[in-house]
Design a protein around this ligand. Structure first.
Ligand code: ATP
Length: 539
């Protein structure tokens, strides 16, 4: 009898040792597979998604970027994208591993002793439920946290972008940042509370199940129904099972997170491009380079009421300069934005050499149209790279010629590192006028058929502007130049000047014709340029 009991105990010992060995090997293999393949799949997925995200952001229209804040896009590209990546990285294979571990463990326990097996597993439903519910609660707070972090990054983005303004009004910006930061901190604390409460409940239920197994199992050992080894086997398996069961909640969370993050991310990736190549679009063929606006009307999306532009018609032939002037908000920049199709006209047509700009490929159109915008944006790289941005393979001499025309060459060669000088973030180390001249040089590099200078000389003194104009004369000979300016001296020489007000051309003609007309242009001229300026006289 004693020998039989001894053999049974030995059997149980061997069984346990063997099972432990098999489980450990399996777990090790799975963990290795998960780490290796999971990480590999995760990184690949992350890479592909990041690429798709970046490409989409580049292609989405100005109207989209008007609607969606940069801070929100950054959150989407970092946090949401990571939510999806993490699921592939750790979620998918771990679900398989957990399923196998729990399934095999449960089978072994129940097949050894059904009652004790069920008692050992009694903590599983509670812990799995509790862990899932908690993770889902954490998830909903995480979403709110993400929104608050998004507000935080938006505030940060705005503050950093406008750091000079922020310095001048420090108190107000602080207040906004502090509020966003406090909101995020409160929520982070709430998450700690949820997590701590849950861990205690899960520990309690596991220890209670262990107590039950010890109690009933101990009685069975005393009654000689099972050996001490078998009881030890149950307790060991319970300990092994504990972690995977707790991790079930993590998996539920990982899946839920990936599905919400994925929904948001794919919503962006699936956004219809409102400005894109028409089916069968061909490259723009510039034969002469005639730009024509034919009864063009435009309304910004969401702007009810009056259209921003209406009835805009003009024609410009190569070598001609069109000046556009008018009060702030009259629609001058909007006219400029329609030519490279930053926005599409809502009425009428714009053609270059008779080809509707909506019927040609965007790439060929944007190569043919250079816009120097009001906001002289520069990249944090060398002056040389900033000038050659649209044509990275350009020769040095060409870069220098563009800089010479923009009256910037002498300044650049005076710098210790010359053309390789790195400009600060968004060109912070350059003056406003230097930034504008650099963006003019950048546009000249492209040799566009249509060059639009949108208030791009506002920060440049009149003398330098005159020199730029003289240097650009040769360049302007065979292309159309559109000059938008508040300063009449910048466009007085234009072949035709359009005076825009309320989105309509209210006066048009040469400088002399408009002066003779005695209307709004004349009034502006009197205010800005006449030697016996009434305003000066009054002062
Ligand atoms: P400024 O001389 O001040 O540069 P502008 O004549 O160039 O002004 P636009 O910038 O073309 O004027 O703006 C014309 C009108 O369209 C304004 O009323 C402006 O508020 C509105 N507007 C400009 N950009 C947008 C936009 N992205 N979304 C909605 N409305 C806009």
């Amino acid at each position: 009898m004693a020998e039989g009991a001894g053999t049974a105990a030995e059997h149980a010992l061997w069984n346990t040792a063997l099972t432990l060995l098999v489980v450990s090997v399996l777990r090790g293999l799975f963990t290795m597979a998960q780490n290796y393949y999971g990480e590999a799949v995760g990184h690949q997925t992350g890479y592909e998604l990041r690429l798709a995200f970046y490409e989409k952001i580049q292609r989405l229209s100005f109207a989209f970027h008007d609607r969606v804040h940069t801070g929100d896009l950054i959150t989407l590209g970092l946090l949401d994208l990571d939510g999806v990546r993490m699921f592939f990285s750790t979620g998918v294979l771990r679900v398989v591993l957990l399923g196998v571990l729990i399934g095999v463990g449960a089978y072994l326990l129940i097949s050894t002793d059904p009652v004790l097996g069920l008692l050992s597993l009694s903590f599983v439903p509670f812990v799995a439920w509790r862990s899932s519910v908690t993770q889902l609660r954490l998830r909903s707070t995480w979403l709110t946290l993400q929104q608050r972090l998004s507000v935080l990054s938006r505030v940060m983005d705005e503050n950093l972008g406008g750091i000079r303004v922020v310095r001048a009004f420090a108190a107000q910006s602080h207040e906004k940042f502090d509020r966003a930061k406090q909101d995020a901190l409160d929520l982070a604390n709430e998450r700690v509370d949820i997590r701590v409460g849950n861990t205690s409940a899960m520990n309690f239920s596991f220890l209670a199940a262990m107590g039950l197994v010890l109690w009933f199992g101990g009685q069975k050992v005393m009654a000689g129904q099972i050996s001490v080894g078998t009881l030890a086997q149950f307790l060991t398996f319970m300990t092994i099972l504990q972690m995977p069961v707790r991790q079930l909640g993590l998996m539920v969370n990982s899946f839920a997170r990936a599905s919400t993050c994925g929904t948001r991310l794919f919503e962006l990736l699936d956004t219809e491009l409102d400005i894109k190549d028409a089916p069968g679009a061909r490259d723009l063929v510039v034969t002469e380079g005639v730009l024509r606006f034919d009864d063009v009307g435009f309304r910004y999306g969401g702007s009810g009421g009056r259209p921003t532009l209406s009835g805009i018609s003009f024609e410009a032939r190569p070598g001609q300069t069109i000046g556009i002037v008018g009060p702030p908000g009259s629609g001058k920049s909007t006219i400029a934005h329609l030519i490279p199709r930053f926005y599409d006209v809502t009425r009428g047509t714009i053609t270059i050499d008779g080809q509707d700009i909506r019927a040609v490929t965007l790439q060929s159109l944007r190569k043919a149209v250079g816009v120097v915008q009001q906001d002289a944006f520069l990249f944090t790289t060398s002056i040389e790279n900033n000038i050659a941005y649209g044509n990275p393979w350009a020769r040095e001499t060409r870069i220098e010629r563009a800089a010479e025309s923009a009256q910037l060459h002498n300044y650049i060669i005076g710098l210790p590192a010359g053309y390789t000088t790195i400009v600060g973030e968004r060109g912070a180390s350059l003056s406003g006028g230097q930034r504008q001249r650099l963006t003019i040089a950048r546009s000249l590099m492209l040799r566009p058929s249509v060059l639009v200078l949108d208030d791009s000389t506002a920060a440049i003194d009149a003398g330098t502007e005159q020199r730029i104009r003289a240097a650009m004369k040769r360049f302007a000979k065979d292309r159309v130049t559109l000059i938008i300016s508040h300063r009449l001296s910048s466009l007085m020489h234009a072949d035709e000047i359009l005076f825009v007000e309320g989105g309509r051309i209210v006066e048009r003609g040469t400088h002399e014709e408009l002066l003779a007309l005695g209307g709004r242009y004349r009034a502006l001229y009197d205010l800005q340029l006449r030697p016996d300026d009434a305003a000066l006289g009054a002062a």
